[in-house]
Design a protein. Structure first.
Lengths: 248, 379
Protein backbone atom coordinates (compact mmCIF):
# COMPACT_ATOMS: atom_id res chain seq x y z
CA UNK A 1 0.00 0.00 0.00
CA UNK A 2 1.29 3.49 -0.83
CA UNK A 3 1.45 6.26 1.76
CA UNK A 4 -1.39 8.49 0.40
CA UNK A 5 -4.04 5.79 0.73
CA UNK A 6 -2.48 4.59 4.01
CA UNK A 7 -2.96 8.09 5.47
CA UNK A 8 -6.50 8.11 4.03
CA UNK A 9 -7.29 4.80 5.73
CA UNK A 10 -5.90 5.98 9.07
CA UNK A 11 -7.82 9.28 8.99
CA UNK A 12 -11.06 7.55 7.98
CA UNK A 13 -10.62 4.90 10.67
CA UNK A 14 -10.07 7.65 13.24
CA UNK A 15 -13.20 9.42 11.96
CA UNK A 16 -15.26 6.24 12.32
CA UNK A 17 -13.83 5.49 15.76
CA UNK A 18 -14.47 8.99 17.14
CA UNK A 19 -17.95 9.01 15.57
CA UNK A 20 -18.75 5.67 17.21
CA UNK A 21 -17.57 7.04 20.56
CA UNK A 22 -19.66 10.19 20.18
CA UNK A 23 -22.70 8.18 19.08
CA UNK A 24 -22.77 6.60 22.53
CA UNK A 25 -23.79 9.96 23.97
CA UNK A 26 -27.46 10.41 23.37
CA UNK A 27 -27.33 14.20 22.99
CA UNK A 28 -24.56 14.00 20.35
CA UNK A 29 -25.82 10.97 18.48
CA UNK A 30 -26.59 12.89 15.29
CA UNK A 31 -23.05 14.31 15.14
CA UNK A 32 -21.68 10.79 15.43
CA UNK A 33 -23.98 9.57 12.68
CA UNK A 34 -22.95 12.35 10.32
CA UNK A 35 -19.25 11.83 11.15
CA UNK A 36 -19.57 8.10 10.49
CA UNK A 37 -21.27 8.68 7.13
CA UNK A 38 -18.58 11.11 5.97
CA UNK A 39 -15.78 8.87 7.27
CA UNK A 40 -17.22 5.90 5.37
CA UNK A 41 -17.18 8.04 2.19
CA UNK A 42 -13.52 8.88 2.90
CA UNK A 43 -12.77 5.21 3.54
CA UNK A 44 -14.33 4.23 0.22
CA UNK A 45 -12.13 6.86 -1.46
CA UNK A 46 -8.98 5.39 0.09
CA UNK A 47 -10.16 1.90 -0.87
CA UNK A 48 -10.64 3.08 -4.49
CA UNK A 49 -7.08 4.44 -4.61
CA UNK A 50 -5.77 1.17 -3.18
CA UNK A 51 -7.69 -0.83 -5.79
CA UNK A 52 -6.39 1.37 -8.62
CA UNK A 53 -2.84 0.62 -7.46
CA UNK A 54 -3.71 -3.10 -7.30
CA UNK A 55 -5.05 -2.95 -10.89
CA UNK A 56 -1.52 -2.21 -12.07
CA UNK A 57 0.17 -5.16 -10.37
CA UNK A 58 -0.17 -7.72 -13.13
CA UNK A 59 2.58 -7.71 -15.76
CA UNK A 60 2.36 -10.72 -18.08
CA UNK A 61 5.47 -11.99 -19.86
CA UNK A 62 6.36 -11.07 -23.44
CA UNK A 63 6.12 -13.73 -26.16
CA UNK A 64 9.58 -15.24 -26.52
CA UNK A 65 9.56 -18.09 -28.99
CA UNK A 66 7.96 -16.75 -32.13
CA UNK A 67 9.09 -18.75 -35.11
CA UNK A 68 11.29 -16.66 -37.35
CA UNK A 69 11.46 -13.61 -35.10
CA UNK A 70 14.49 -12.47 -33.15
CA UNK A 71 13.94 -10.52 -29.97
CA UNK A 72 15.76 -7.52 -28.44
CA UNK A 73 14.83 -5.91 -25.10
CA UNK A 74 14.34 -2.14 -25.24
CA UNK A 75 13.66 -0.93 -21.67
CA UNK A 76 11.72 2.31 -21.14
CA UNK A 77 13.77 5.40 -20.38
CA UNK A 78 13.36 7.03 -16.99
CA UNK A 79 11.75 10.16 -18.51
CA UNK A 80 9.02 8.06 -20.19
CA UNK A 81 8.41 6.08 -17.00
CA UNK A 82 8.18 9.36 -15.07
CA UNK A 83 5.56 10.69 -17.54
CA UNK A 84 3.55 7.51 -17.07
CA UNK A 85 3.72 7.62 -13.26
CA UNK A 86 6.30 4.80 -12.96
CA UNK A 87 4.21 1.75 -13.95
CA UNK A 88 5.74 -1.70 -14.57
CA UNK A 89 6.65 -1.82 -18.23
CA UNK A 90 8.28 -4.01 -20.88
CA UNK A 91 9.66 -2.91 -24.24
CA UNK A 92 10.85 -5.11 -27.10
CA UNK A 93 11.78 -5.12 -30.75
CA UNK A 94 10.88 -8.15 -32.88
CA UNK A 95 12.79 -8.50 -36.15
CA UNK A 96 12.12 -11.09 -38.86
CA UNK A 97 14.68 -12.53 -41.34
CA UNK A 98 13.72 -9.82 -43.87
CA UNK A 99 14.83 -7.10 -41.45
CA UNK A 100 11.28 -5.92 -40.76
CA UNK A 101 10.94 -4.70 -37.18
CA UNK A 102 7.87 -4.58 -34.97
CA UNK A 103 8.06 -2.44 -31.82
CA UNK A 104 6.27 -3.85 -28.80
CA UNK A 105 5.42 -2.21 -25.44
CA UNK A 106 3.39 -3.40 -22.49
CA UNK A 107 2.53 -1.11 -19.56
CA UNK A 108 0.58 -2.00 -16.43
CA UNK A 109 -2.58 0.09 -16.07
CA UNK A 110 -3.08 1.16 -12.47
CA UNK A 111 -3.94 4.83 -11.82
CA UNK A 112 -5.10 7.00 -14.71
CA UNK A 113 -1.68 8.61 -15.19
CA UNK A 114 -0.48 5.22 -16.55
CA UNK A 115 -2.89 5.63 -19.48
CA UNK A 116 -1.52 7.76 -22.31
CA UNK A 117 -3.58 7.34 -25.42
CA UNK A 118 -1.54 7.18 -28.67
CA UNK A 119 -3.90 9.63 -30.40
CA UNK A 120 -2.82 12.25 -27.84
CA UNK A 121 0.86 11.31 -27.31
CA UNK A 122 2.05 10.29 -30.80
CA UNK A 123 1.06 13.57 -32.55
CA UNK A 124 3.47 15.36 -30.16
CA UNK A 125 6.33 13.66 -32.05
CA UNK A 126 5.40 15.03 -35.47
CA UNK A 127 2.85 12.36 -36.45
CA UNK A 128 -0.73 12.95 -37.58
CA UNK A 129 -3.48 10.37 -37.22
CA UNK A 130 -4.74 9.59 -40.74
CA UNK A 131 -6.83 6.42 -40.24
CA UNK A 132 -8.44 4.49 -37.41
CA UNK A 133 -10.31 1.18 -37.32
CA UNK A 134 -11.45 -1.23 -34.64
CA UNK A 135 -11.60 -4.97 -35.27
CA UNK A 136 -11.37 -8.39 -33.62
CA UNK A 137 -7.81 -9.64 -33.52
CA UNK A 138 -8.47 -13.30 -32.82
CA UNK A 139 -11.69 -13.92 -34.71
CA UNK A 140 -15.25 -12.81 -33.80
CA UNK A 141 -15.69 -12.38 -30.06
CA UNK A 142 -11.90 -12.32 -29.55
CA UNK A 143 -9.72 -9.37 -28.67
CA UNK A 144 -11.15 -6.06 -29.83
CA UNK A 145 -8.24 -3.80 -30.78
CA UNK A 146 -7.79 -0.38 -32.34
CA UNK A 147 -5.59 -0.05 -35.43
CA UNK A 148 -4.26 3.40 -36.31
CA UNK A 149 -2.12 4.82 -39.10
CA UNK A 150 -0.03 7.90 -38.33
CA UNK A 151 1.82 9.91 -40.94
CA UNK A 152 5.01 11.79 -40.05
CA UNK A 153 5.93 15.21 -41.41
CA UNK A 154 8.76 13.45 -43.30
CA UNK A 155 6.22 11.23 -45.10
CA UNK A 156 6.93 8.03 -43.09
CA UNK A 157 3.86 6.05 -41.99
CA UNK A 158 3.34 4.09 -38.81
CA UNK A 159 0.82 1.31 -38.16
CA UNK A 160 -0.10 0.79 -34.51
CA UNK A 161 -2.40 -1.63 -32.68
CA UNK A 162 -3.58 -0.45 -29.27
CA UNK A 163 -5.73 -2.12 -26.65
CA UNK A 164 -6.09 -2.63 -22.92
CA UNK A 165 -6.48 -6.20 -21.71
CA UNK A 166 -7.84 -7.40 -18.39
CA UNK A 167 -6.62 -10.49 -16.65
CA UNK A 168 -9.77 -12.37 -17.69
CA UNK A 169 -8.86 -11.77 -21.35
CA UNK A 170 -11.43 -9.05 -22.10
CA UNK A 171 -10.13 -6.05 -24.05
CA UNK A 172 -11.11 -2.40 -24.53
CA UNK A 173 -10.03 0.27 -26.98
CA UNK A 174 -11.43 3.54 -25.56
CA UNK A 175 -9.11 6.47 -24.87
CA UNK A 176 -8.49 7.02 -21.16
CA UNK A 177 -6.21 10.02 -21.24
CA UNK A 178 -6.44 12.48 -18.36
CA UNK A 179 -9.07 14.85 -19.72
CA UNK A 180 -12.78 15.37 -19.10
CA UNK A 181 -14.05 14.17 -22.48
CA UNK A 182 -13.46 10.50 -21.75
CA UNK A 183 -15.58 10.41 -18.58
CA UNK A 184 -17.56 7.29 -19.60
CA UNK A 185 -14.39 5.35 -20.36
CA UNK A 186 -12.89 6.58 -17.09
CA UNK A 187 -15.96 5.39 -15.21
CA UNK A 188 -15.69 1.97 -16.88
CA UNK A 189 -12.03 1.78 -15.90
CA UNK A 190 -12.74 2.90 -12.33
CA UNK A 191 -15.66 0.50 -11.95
CA UNK A 192 -13.57 -2.34 -13.40
CA UNK A 193 -10.55 -1.64 -11.18
CA UNK A 194 -12.34 -0.72 -7.93
CA UNK A 195 -15.56 -2.74 -7.92
CA UNK A 196 -14.73 -5.72 -10.14
CA UNK A 197 -11.05 -5.87 -9.19
CA UNK A 198 -9.74 -6.01 -12.77
CA UNK A 199 -6.01 -6.03 -13.33
CA UNK A 200 -5.13 -4.49 -16.65
CA UNK A 201 -2.24 -3.93 -19.06
CA UNK A 202 -1.91 -1.57 -22.01
CA UNK A 203 -0.49 -2.98 -25.24
CA UNK A 204 0.97 -0.84 -28.02
CA UNK A 205 2.40 -2.76 -30.97
CA UNK A 206 3.58 -0.82 -33.99
CA UNK A 207 5.82 -0.74 -37.02
CA UNK A 208 7.00 1.75 -39.61
CA UNK A 209 5.44 0.96 -43.01
CA UNK A 210 8.32 0.75 -45.51
CA UNK A 211 8.02 2.63 -48.85
CA UNK A 212 8.13 -0.68 -50.77
CA UNK A 213 4.91 -1.72 -49.00
CA UNK A 214 2.49 0.97 -50.27
CA UNK A 215 -0.68 -0.86 -49.15
CA UNK A 216 0.84 -1.68 -45.76
CA UNK A 217 -0.09 -5.34 -46.22
CA UNK A 218 3.25 -6.69 -44.98
CA UNK A 219 3.30 -4.30 -42.02
CA UNK A 220 -0.24 -5.33 -41.12
CA UNK A 221 0.62 -9.03 -41.31
CA UNK A 222 3.67 -8.55 -39.08
CA UNK A 223 1.88 -6.45 -36.45
CA UNK A 224 -1.09 -8.82 -36.43
CA UNK A 225 1.15 -11.84 -35.91
CA UNK A 226 2.94 -10.32 -32.92
CA UNK A 227 -0.31 -8.88 -31.48
CA UNK A 228 -2.15 -12.18 -31.73
CA UNK A 229 0.68 -14.02 -29.98
CA UNK A 230 0.72 -11.33 -27.26
CA UNK A 231 -3.05 -11.48 -26.74
CA UNK A 232 -3.05 -15.29 -26.42
CA UNK A 233 -0.10 -15.35 -24.06
CA UNK A 234 -1.64 -12.64 -21.83
CA UNK A 235 -4.97 -14.49 -21.78
CA UNK A 236 -3.25 -17.68 -20.73
CA UNK A 237 -1.08 -15.94 -18.13
CA UNK A 238 -4.06 -14.09 -16.68
CA UNK A 239 -5.70 -17.37 -15.66
CA UNK A 240 -2.64 -18.53 -13.70
CA UNK A 241 -2.48 -17.84 -10.04
CA UNK A 242 0.66 -15.97 -8.99
CA UNK A 243 2.35 -15.61 -5.63
CA UNK A 244 1.11 -12.46 -3.93
CA UNK A 245 -2.30 -12.52 -5.64
CA UNK A 246 -5.05 -11.47 -3.24
CA UNK A 247 -8.78 -11.34 -3.79
CA UNK A 248 -8.84 -7.82 -2.28
CA UNK B 1 -20.48 24.63 16.79
CA UNK B 2 -22.89 22.62 18.79
CA UNK B 3 -25.92 20.87 17.49
CA UNK B 4 -29.45 21.54 18.46
CA UNK B 5 -29.36 18.45 20.62
CA UNK B 6 -26.50 19.73 22.70
CA UNK B 7 -27.17 21.61 25.85
CA UNK B 8 -25.17 24.69 24.85
CA UNK B 9 -26.21 27.41 22.41
CA UNK B 10 -27.07 26.74 18.75
CA UNK B 11 -24.50 27.23 16.01
CA UNK B 12 -22.64 28.73 18.92
CA UNK B 13 -20.41 30.89 16.82
CA UNK B 14 -21.64 34.00 18.51
CA UNK B 15 -20.93 33.03 22.03
CA UNK B 16 -17.49 32.87 23.53
CA UNK B 17 -16.18 30.08 25.70
CA UNK B 18 -17.82 31.58 28.77
CA UNK B 19 -21.15 31.55 27.02
CA UNK B 20 -21.39 35.33 26.76
CA UNK B 21 -22.49 36.80 23.45
CA UNK B 22 -19.85 38.14 21.10
CA UNK B 23 -19.11 41.79 21.83
CA UNK B 24 -18.17 43.38 18.52
CA UNK B 25 -14.82 43.58 16.74
CA UNK B 26 -11.62 42.91 18.71
CA UNK B 27 -7.88 42.96 17.97
CA UNK B 28 -6.41 40.18 15.84
CA UNK B 29 -4.91 38.51 18.93
CA UNK B 30 -8.26 38.77 20.66
CA UNK B 31 -10.04 37.25 17.68
CA UNK B 32 -7.54 34.39 17.52
CA UNK B 33 -7.85 33.62 21.23
CA UNK B 34 -11.65 33.85 20.98
CA UNK B 35 -11.57 31.44 18.03
CA UNK B 36 -9.33 29.00 19.90
CA UNK B 37 -11.60 29.21 22.95
CA UNK B 38 -14.55 28.57 20.65
CA UNK B 39 -12.87 25.46 19.23
CA UNK B 40 -12.07 24.22 22.73
CA UNK B 41 -15.66 24.69 23.81
CA UNK B 42 -16.97 22.67 20.87
CA UNK B 43 -14.80 19.57 21.01
CA UNK B 44 -17.79 17.37 20.28
CA UNK B 45 -17.43 18.37 16.61
CA UNK B 46 -14.07 16.56 16.39
CA UNK B 47 -15.47 13.36 14.77
CA UNK B 48 -17.20 15.31 12.00
CA UNK B 49 -14.10 17.46 11.43
CA UNK B 50 -11.75 14.43 11.36
CA UNK B 51 -14.12 12.56 9.05
CA UNK B 52 -14.41 15.58 6.76
CA UNK B 53 -10.62 15.97 6.67
CA UNK B 54 -10.27 12.27 5.84
CA UNK B 55 -12.67 12.76 2.94
CA UNK B 56 -10.63 15.79 1.77
CA UNK B 57 -7.25 14.07 2.04
CA UNK B 58 -7.03 12.24 -1.31
CA UNK B 59 -8.62 14.98 -3.50
CA UNK B 60 -6.19 17.40 -1.82
CA UNK B 61 -3.32 15.01 -2.60
CA UNK B 62 -4.38 14.84 -6.28
CA UNK B 63 -4.41 18.62 -6.59
CA UNK B 64 -1.25 19.11 -4.54
CA UNK B 65 1.06 16.30 -5.69
CA UNK B 66 -0.34 14.60 -8.80
CA UNK B 67 -1.65 17.50 -10.86
CA UNK B 68 0.52 20.02 -8.98
CA UNK B 69 -2.19 22.68 -9.29
CA UNK B 70 -1.81 23.61 -5.63
CA UNK B 71 1.81 22.67 -5.21
CA UNK B 72 3.67 25.37 -7.15
CA UNK B 73 3.51 29.14 -7.01
CA UNK B 74 3.35 29.58 -10.80
CA UNK B 75 0.11 27.59 -10.97
CA UNK B 76 -2.83 29.70 -12.14
CA UNK B 77 -5.06 28.40 -9.34
CA UNK B 78 -2.59 28.54 -6.46
CA UNK B 79 -5.13 30.65 -4.50
CA UNK B 80 -7.43 27.61 -4.11
CA UNK B 81 -5.82 25.92 -1.07
CA UNK B 82 -6.38 29.20 0.82
CA UNK B 83 -10.12 29.27 0.07
CA UNK B 84 -11.13 27.24 3.19
CA UNK B 85 -9.39 29.87 5.32
CA UNK B 86 -11.48 32.53 3.56
CA UNK B 87 -14.64 30.52 4.22
CA UNK B 88 -13.74 30.20 7.92
CA UNK B 89 -13.01 33.93 8.03
CA UNK B 90 -16.42 34.73 6.53
CA UNK B 91 -18.18 32.40 8.97
CA UNK B 92 -16.31 33.75 11.98
CA UNK B 93 -16.78 37.38 10.96
CA UNK B 94 -20.50 36.83 10.46
CA UNK B 95 -21.05 34.79 13.62
CA UNK B 96 -23.43 37.26 15.26
CA UNK B 97 -25.84 37.16 12.33
CA UNK B 98 -25.53 33.37 11.96
CA UNK B 99 -26.34 32.89 15.65
CA UNK B 100 -29.32 35.23 15.32
CA UNK B 101 -30.62 33.16 12.41
CA UNK B 102 -30.14 30.00 14.47
CA UNK B 103 -31.98 31.52 17.44
CA UNK B 104 -34.91 32.45 15.22
CA UNK B 105 -34.98 28.93 13.71
CA UNK B 106 -34.89 27.37 17.19
CA UNK B 107 -37.64 29.60 18.48
CA UNK B 108 -39.94 29.01 15.55
CA UNK B 109 -39.72 25.27 14.99
CA UNK B 110 -39.48 22.09 16.99
CA UNK B 111 -36.27 20.08 16.87
CA UNK B 112 -37.85 17.38 14.74
CA UNK B 113 -39.15 19.82 12.16
CA UNK B 114 -35.98 21.88 11.81
CA UNK B 115 -33.83 18.86 10.95
CA UNK B 116 -33.39 18.94 7.19
CA UNK B 117 -33.09 15.98 4.91
CA UNK B 118 -29.93 13.90 4.85
CA UNK B 119 -30.32 13.54 1.09
CA UNK B 120 -27.82 16.29 0.24
CA UNK B 121 -25.16 14.74 2.46
CA UNK B 122 -25.76 11.28 1.00
CA UNK B 123 -25.64 12.75 -2.51
CA UNK B 124 -22.30 14.40 -1.69
CA UNK B 125 -20.91 11.08 -0.36
CA UNK B 126 -22.06 9.18 -3.46
CA UNK B 127 -20.61 11.86 -5.73
CA UNK B 128 -17.31 11.66 -3.84
CA UNK B 129 -17.14 7.92 -4.46
CA UNK B 130 -17.90 8.50 -8.16
CA UNK B 131 -15.14 11.14 -8.24
CA UNK B 132 -12.75 8.50 -6.88
CA UNK B 133 -13.86 6.05 -9.57
CA UNK B 134 -13.18 8.53 -12.39
CA UNK B 135 -10.32 10.27 -10.52
CA UNK B 136 -11.46 13.83 -11.32
CA UNK B 137 -10.55 16.38 -8.66
CA UNK B 138 -13.19 18.94 -9.72
CA UNK B 139 -16.02 16.43 -9.10
CA UNK B 140 -14.48 15.51 -5.73
CA UNK B 141 -14.32 19.16 -4.64
CA UNK B 142 -17.95 19.73 -5.66
CA UNK B 143 -18.91 16.59 -3.72
CA UNK B 144 -17.06 17.82 -0.63
CA UNK B 145 -18.78 21.22 -0.80
CA UNK B 146 -22.12 19.40 -1.19
CA UNK B 147 -21.29 17.32 1.86
CA UNK B 148 -20.59 20.45 3.93
CA UNK B 149 -23.90 21.92 2.73
CA UNK B 150 -25.58 18.61 3.56
CA UNK B 151 -24.27 18.74 7.15
CA UNK B 152 -25.69 22.28 7.54
CA UNK B 153 -29.06 21.24 6.11
CA UNK B 154 -29.25 18.12 8.27
CA UNK B 155 -28.30 19.84 11.52
CA UNK B 156 -29.59 23.38 11.11
CA UNK B 157 -32.29 23.24 8.37
CA UNK B 158 -32.23 24.64 4.80
CA UNK B 159 -32.94 28.11 6.24
CA UNK B 160 -29.46 28.11 7.75
CA UNK B 161 -27.93 27.04 4.44
CA UNK B 162 -29.56 30.06 2.86
CA UNK B 163 -28.09 32.27 5.58
CA UNK B 164 -24.66 30.83 4.73
CA UNK B 165 -25.06 31.55 1.02
CA UNK B 166 -22.00 33.82 0.74
CA UNK B 167 -19.47 31.53 2.48
CA UNK B 168 -20.67 28.62 0.34
CA UNK B 169 -20.50 30.76 -2.80
CA UNK B 170 -16.90 31.58 -1.93
CA UNK B 171 -16.24 27.90 -1.20
CA UNK B 172 -17.22 27.12 -4.81
CA UNK B 173 -14.19 29.10 -6.06
CA UNK B 174 -12.14 26.13 -4.83
CA UNK B 175 -13.41 23.93 -7.64
CA UNK B 176 -10.48 23.25 -10.03
CA UNK B 177 -11.43 24.30 -13.57
CA UNK B 178 -10.78 21.96 -16.54
CA UNK B 179 -7.06 21.96 -17.31
CA UNK B 180 -7.79 22.78 -20.98
CA UNK B 181 -9.47 26.02 -19.88
CA UNK B 182 -6.49 26.93 -17.68
CA UNK B 183 -4.07 26.20 -20.55
CA UNK B 184 -6.10 28.40 -22.90
CA UNK B 185 -6.16 31.25 -20.37
CA UNK B 186 -2.40 30.87 -19.80
CA UNK B 187 -1.71 31.00 -23.54
CA UNK B 188 -3.93 34.09 -23.85
CA UNK B 189 -2.10 35.87 -21.01
CA UNK B 190 1.33 34.83 -22.31
CA UNK B 191 0.76 35.94 -25.91
CA UNK B 192 -0.97 39.14 -24.70
CA UNK B 193 1.96 40.04 -22.43
CA UNK B 194 4.44 39.20 -25.22
CA UNK B 195 2.62 41.46 -27.71
CA UNK B 196 2.39 44.32 -25.21
CA UNK B 197 6.11 44.10 -24.36
CA UNK B 198 7.02 43.90 -28.05
CA UNK B 199 4.92 46.99 -28.83
CA UNK B 200 6.31 48.98 -25.93
CA UNK B 201 9.96 48.03 -26.36
CA UNK B 202 9.92 47.82 -30.15
CA UNK B 203 10.65 44.12 -30.32
CA UNK B 204 9.11 41.20 -32.16
CA UNK B 205 6.53 38.92 -30.60
CA UNK B 206 5.93 35.35 -31.67
CA UNK B 207 3.57 33.37 -29.45
CA UNK B 208 4.94 33.76 -25.96
CA UNK B 209 8.43 34.72 -27.15
CA UNK B 210 9.63 38.31 -27.46
CA UNK B 211 12.80 39.18 -29.33
CA UNK B 212 14.34 42.45 -28.08
CA UNK B 213 17.44 43.04 -30.18
CA UNK B 214 19.59 40.03 -29.37
CA UNK B 215 17.76 39.18 -26.14
CA UNK B 216 14.95 36.65 -26.17
CA UNK B 217 12.37 36.82 -23.38
CA UNK B 218 9.96 33.92 -22.89
CA UNK B 219 6.75 34.60 -20.96
CA UNK B 220 6.32 31.49 -18.81
CA UNK B 221 3.50 30.51 -16.41
CA UNK B 222 5.54 32.11 -13.59
CA UNK B 223 5.50 35.50 -15.34
CA UNK B 224 2.26 35.53 -17.34
CA UNK B 225 0.33 37.17 -14.49
CA UNK B 226 -2.69 34.82 -14.52
CA UNK B 227 -1.94 33.50 -11.01
CA UNK B 228 -1.60 37.09 -9.75
CA UNK B 229 -4.90 38.13 -11.38
CA UNK B 230 -6.79 35.15 -9.93
CA UNK B 231 -5.28 35.55 -6.46
CA UNK B 232 -6.27 39.22 -6.41
CA UNK B 233 -9.74 38.42 -7.75
CA UNK B 234 -10.33 35.83 -5.00
CA UNK B 235 -8.97 38.06 -2.22
CA UNK B 236 -11.04 41.06 -3.33
CA UNK B 237 -14.13 38.90 -3.74
CA UNK B 238 -13.63 37.84 -0.13
CA UNK B 239 -13.38 41.51 0.94
CA UNK B 240 -16.53 42.33 -1.04
CA UNK B 241 -18.40 39.46 0.61
CA UNK B 242 -17.13 40.36 4.08
CA UNK B 243 -18.24 43.94 3.69
CA UNK B 244 -21.47 42.82 2.00
CA UNK B 245 -20.77 45.21 -0.85
CA UNK B 246 -23.04 45.36 -3.87
CA UNK B 247 -22.10 42.94 -6.62
CA UNK B 248 -21.37 45.78 -9.07
CA UNK B 249 -19.08 47.61 -6.64
CA UNK B 250 -17.26 44.34 -5.84
CA UNK B 251 -16.78 43.69 -9.55
CA UNK B 252 -15.42 47.23 -10.05
CA UNK B 253 -13.03 46.75 -7.14
CA UNK B 254 -11.90 43.40 -8.52
CA UNK B 255 -11.35 44.94 -11.97
CA UNK B 256 -9.28 47.71 -10.40
CA UNK B 257 -7.19 45.21 -8.42
CA UNK B 258 -6.61 42.93 -11.42
CA UNK B 259 -5.61 45.93 -13.59
CA UNK B 260 -3.12 47.07 -10.94
CA UNK B 261 -1.76 43.53 -10.49
CA UNK B 262 -1.28 43.00 -14.22
CA UNK B 263 0.39 46.43 -14.53
CA UNK B 264 2.80 45.52 -11.73
CA UNK B 265 3.52 42.21 -13.45
CA UNK B 266 4.05 44.04 -16.73
CA UNK B 267 6.70 46.22 -15.04
CA UNK B 268 8.26 43.03 -13.71
CA UNK B 269 8.53 41.57 -17.24
CA UNK B 270 10.10 44.84 -18.47
CA UNK B 271 12.63 44.66 -15.61
CA UNK B 272 13.25 41.00 -16.47
CA UNK B 273 13.91 41.88 -20.13
CA UNK B 274 16.06 44.89 -19.25
CA UNK B 275 18.30 42.91 -16.87
CA UNK B 276 18.50 39.71 -18.95
CA UNK B 277 21.86 40.59 -20.56
CA UNK B 278 23.61 42.93 -18.07
CA UNK B 279 22.57 41.11 -14.87
CA UNK B 280 21.34 37.55 -15.54
CA UNK B 281 21.28 36.68 -11.82
CA UNK B 282 18.95 39.60 -11.11
CA UNK B 283 16.83 38.64 -14.11
CA UNK B 284 16.51 35.08 -12.78
CA UNK B 285 15.52 36.42 -9.37
CA UNK B 286 12.81 38.61 -10.92
CA UNK B 287 11.58 35.66 -12.99
CA UNK B 288 11.38 33.30 -10.02
CA UNK B 289 10.07 35.73 -7.41
CA UNK B 290 7.07 34.71 -5.36
CA UNK B 291 3.82 36.17 -6.75
CA UNK B 292 2.81 37.19 -3.22
CA UNK B 293 5.46 39.94 -3.46
CA UNK B 294 3.20 41.51 -6.09
CA UNK B 295 -0.17 40.35 -4.80
CA UNK B 296 0.08 41.64 -1.21
CA UNK B 297 1.13 45.25 -2.02
CA UNK B 298 -1.36 45.39 -4.91
CA UNK B 299 -4.15 44.10 -2.66
CA UNK B 300 -3.38 46.75 -0.02
CA UNK B 301 -3.12 49.46 -2.69
CA UNK B 302 -6.49 48.41 -4.13
CA UNK B 303 -8.13 48.62 -0.70
CA UNK B 304 -6.59 52.07 -0.18
CA UNK B 305 -7.71 53.24 -3.60
CA UNK B 306 -11.18 51.79 -3.09
CA UNK B 307 -11.46 53.85 0.09
CA UNK B 308 -10.30 57.01 -1.69
CA UNK B 309 -12.33 56.35 -4.81
CA UNK B 310 -15.51 55.32 -3.03
CA UNK B 311 -17.41 58.53 -4.01
CA UNK B 312 -16.29 58.05 -7.62
CA UNK B 313 -17.24 54.39 -7.55
CA UNK B 314 -20.64 55.33 -6.15
CA UNK B 315 -20.99 57.97 -8.88
CA UNK B 316 -20.02 55.34 -11.43
CA UNK B 317 -22.48 53.00 -9.82
CA UNK B 318 -25.24 55.59 -10.27
CA UNK B 319 -24.23 56.21 -13.87
CA UNK B 320 -24.34 52.47 -14.41
CA UNK B 321 -27.64 52.25 -12.56
CA UNK B 322 -29.17 50.41 -15.50
CA UNK B 323 -26.49 47.77 -15.07
CA UNK B 324 -27.14 47.68 -11.33
CA UNK B 325 -30.87 47.41 -11.94
CA UNK B 326 -30.24 44.63 -14.42
CA UNK B 327 -28.06 42.82 -11.91
CA UNK B 328 -30.63 43.28 -9.13
CA UNK B 329 -33.38 42.11 -11.46
CA UNK B 330 -31.39 39.06 -12.50
CA UNK B 331 -30.62 38.29 -8.85
CA UNK B 332 -34.32 38.58 -8.03
CA UNK B 333 -35.26 36.40 -10.97
CA UNK B 334 -32.69 33.75 -10.03
CA UNK B 335 -33.94 33.76 -6.47
CA UNK B 336 -37.57 33.41 -7.58
CA UNK B 337 -36.64 30.62 -9.96
CA UNK B 338 -34.61 28.86 -7.27
CA UNK B 339 -37.48 29.21 -4.80
CA UNK B 340 -40.04 27.88 -7.28
CA UNK B 341 -37.77 25.05 -8.34
CA UNK B 342 -37.02 24.27 -4.71
CA UNK B 343 -40.72 24.14 -3.84
CA UNK B 344 -41.62 22.04 -6.88
CA UNK B 345 -38.71 19.66 -6.50
CA UNK B 346 -39.14 19.70 -2.74
CA UNK B 347 -42.69 18.34 -2.99
CA UNK B 348 -41.57 15.54 -5.25
CA UNK B 349 -38.44 14.58 -3.42
CA UNK B 350 -39.85 14.89 0.04
CA UNK B 351 -40.95 11.25 -0.03
CA UNK B 352 -37.64 10.08 -1.46
CA UNK B 353 -35.81 12.28 1.04
CA UNK B 354 -37.76 10.88 3.98
CA UNK B 355 -37.22 7.32 2.77
CA UNK B 356 -33.50 7.92 2.30
CA UNK B 357 -33.25 9.56 5.73
CA UNK B 358 -34.97 6.59 7.33
CA UNK B 359 -32.81 4.15 5.40
CA UNK B 360 -29.57 5.92 6.36
CA UNK B 361 -30.64 6.23 9.98
CA UNK B 362 -31.46 2.54 10.14
CA UNK B 363 -28.15 1.72 8.50
CA UNK B 364 -26.24 3.90 10.96
CA UNK B 365 -28.19 2.40 13.86
CA UNK B 366 -27.12 -1.04 12.66
CA UNK B 367 -23.52 0.15 12.33
CA UNK B 368 -23.40 1.61 15.80
CA UNK B 369 -24.97 -1.44 17.47
CA UNK B 370 -21.65 -3.23 18.08
CA UNK B 371 -20.25 -0.07 19.71
CA UNK B 372 -23.20 0.46 22.03
CA UNK B 373 -22.69 0.01 25.76
CA UNK B 374 -24.43 -3.12 26.88
CA UNK B 375 -26.29 -2.92 30.16
CA UNK B 376 -24.91 -5.41 32.61
CA UNK B 377 -27.36 -7.78 34.15
CA UNK B 378 -26.87 -7.22 37.85
CA UNK B 379 -28.55 -10.51 38.64
Amino acid sequence: MHWPEAIGFILSALGILFSALVMRRRDLKILGQIGALIAVAGLLGSFSTYRFARAGKWLPPAPDNLAGWSVKDTPFTDSILSQLGYPQALGREYTNPFGETVYWTLVTAGPFENYHDPTVCVPGNGFTLTAKKEFYLDGPGGARVRAMIFKHTTGARMLMYYWTQNRDGSTATEARMGNYRDITARFQTGYGAVVKGNQTVIARIYTIIPPEDPDGAIAQRNVTEISRATYRLMKEDGRKRRPGDTWL
Amino acid sequence: MSTSTSTSSGPGSVRNATGRPHAGPQSVAGEVSAFLAFLGAHRQWAPVVIAYLSAWWLPFYWCFREDRWWGRWDSAIIYQPFVPLGVLFLLWADRTRIAAVWDSIKNRTSERKRRGTILLLVLGCVLLFLAHLVHVAAIAVVALILMAAGVVVRLYSPVMLRALFLPFLFFLTMMPPPSSLVSKAERFFESGAARAIATLMRGEASGRNVLLGTTQVIITPSTNGLNIALMLAAALLLVGMRRRMRMLTTLLMMTLGIALGLSANFLRIIALAATATPAPALSDFIKGMNPLLIVVPTFLLTLYLEKRLRPSLEWLGKRLSWLGALTAQSEKMTETLADTAGRTIGKRVVKVGRASTNFTENLLRALERPFKKRRRNRW
